[in-house]
Write a protein that binds this ligand. Structure first.
Ligand code: MLT
Length: 387
């Protein structure tokens, strides 16, 4: 029985996909697989039995990726599974920033006992007039699954859209509307756009990227939207920019004690992907990826190990090896097999940063001796016999 621990509630439609050979446990320490949404794993002790963590969502800043990689624990996320939910909130955020919808609704609530409200509102409404987003320039920083959907939706709404992503994948490029102007640097977006929406992961390089310096390059009265992570924005610099009017509105799905109290902030309680559809999509994708890894050793959408897929094993044996991305690993691994007279029928070796993954389909049964040999090789982190 493969023990799965859920650190957060995971949508039923996903949990139902766990095969009969999997069972849930409340004890993180004994789990071989973990499903998580936003619970922080940074303070948890990672046991030797833990093989994989699947994040039902895109952001992985709640998971210690390097610590996991170093223990051979593969971390998955679910890119794109909740992208539509977030995209719809970004569109809502732009509309709320463009027009004082909230002010208007509040006026109606405050005047609901006025019997002549249908007349008085015609005078009052001027206070809530806004502008339209059609014809305005939107800059999308980060063209992953969410950024692409946001860009395409904005094109459909008649906006002039600019996009920037030095790591744009072929898949995302193919999905991106041809009407989006791709630019090489964020500074082109800062200089051009009336609305700027940030869709990058929180990394050392991106932390605080919306700050005094980047804001100073932006147009006066710009609207900044952050549906990615709060620490991408320097709160003190944003406060100053809102006070001076440099930034007209800061729309964020990640308020904190500082930004929630700023004038000019439109904030939501991390609602972007909180839809029934997104939660279901993420749960299904997370569970499928986890099960495929545990059962077959295949890796899809991992953030700390490379993608690697050999399908279902049809040979006598399969071994999967998580190891460091250092010289000689392939010859050491194949050498261990040949020393045990085991013929390798097929193998795949892939690397991602400092870590690599090797899958071997073998023409004879896996022996304890070959596993021992592999485990003894310097740089090998985990050896798993799939069959
Ligand atoms: C994500 O990272 O996928 C979104 O912020 C939603 C979530 O955290 O679940």
């Amino acid at each position: 029985m493969v023990k799965v621990n859920c650190l957060n509630p995971i949508a039923k439609v996903g949990m139902k996909l766990l095969p009969a050979s999997f069972g849930t446990t409340d004890n993180f320490a004994e789990a071989e697989a973990v499903l998580v949404r936003s619970a922080s794993m940074h303070e948890l002790d990672l046991s030797d039995s833990l093989l994989a963590v699947a994040r039902a969502g895109a952001g992985v800043n709640n998971i210690p990726l390097d610590k996991c990689a170093d223990k051979g624990i593969v971390v998955f996320n679910t890119p794109g599974a909740n992208a539509n939910g977030v995209k719809e909130m970004v569109v809502a955020g732009m509309l709320l920033a463009a027009r004082d919808i909230r002010g208007g609704m509040q006026w109606v609530a405050d005047n609901k006992s006025d019997e002549n409200i249908n007349k008085t509102m015609e005078k009052a409404k001027n206070a809530f007039a806004g502008t339209e987003i059609k014809g305005k320039k939107l800059g999308v920083i980060g063209l992953g699954a969410i950024g692409v959907l946001v860009a395409n939706a904005a094109v459909a709404l008649g906006m002039e859209v600019y996009g920037c992503d030095p790591y744009l994948s072929v898949k995302n490029a193919l999905n991106l509307s041809r009407s989006v102007t791709l630019v090489k640097s964020n500074s082109e977006i800062y200089a051009e756009c009336d609305y700027i929406s940030v869709h990058v992961p929180l990394l050392n390089d991106t932390k605080g990227m919306i700050n005094k310096a980047s804001i100073s390059m932006m147009k006066d009265g710009v609207v900044v939207l952050n549906f990615a992570r709060d620490l991408l924005v320097n709160d003190d610099d944003m406060k100053e920019a809102l006070e001076s009017g440099k930034v007209a509105k800061y729309v964020t799905d990640f308020p904190n004690a500082k930004s929630a109290n700023m004038e000019g902030v439109i904030a939501f309680p991390h609602l972007g992907a909180s839809t029934a559809e997104s939660e279901d999509n993420c749960a299904v994708m997370a569970v499928n990826q986890l099960v495929d890894y545990i059962e077959n050793g295949n890796i899809a959408n991992s953030v700390n190990y490379p993608a690697c897929d050999m399908g279902v094993c049809t040979r006598e044996g399969r071994i999967c090896v998580n190891h460091k991305n250092i010289p000689n690993m392939i010859s050491e691994i194949t050498g261990a097999c040949s020393a045990e007279h085991i013929n390798i029928h097929e193998m795949v070796n892939k690397s991602k940063g400092d870590y690599s993954y090797t899958m071997l389909d073998l023409d004879s049964k896996v022996t304890d001796a070959v596993v021992k040999k592999l485990e003894g090789i310097e740089g090998i982190i985990k050896v798993r016999v799939i069959k």
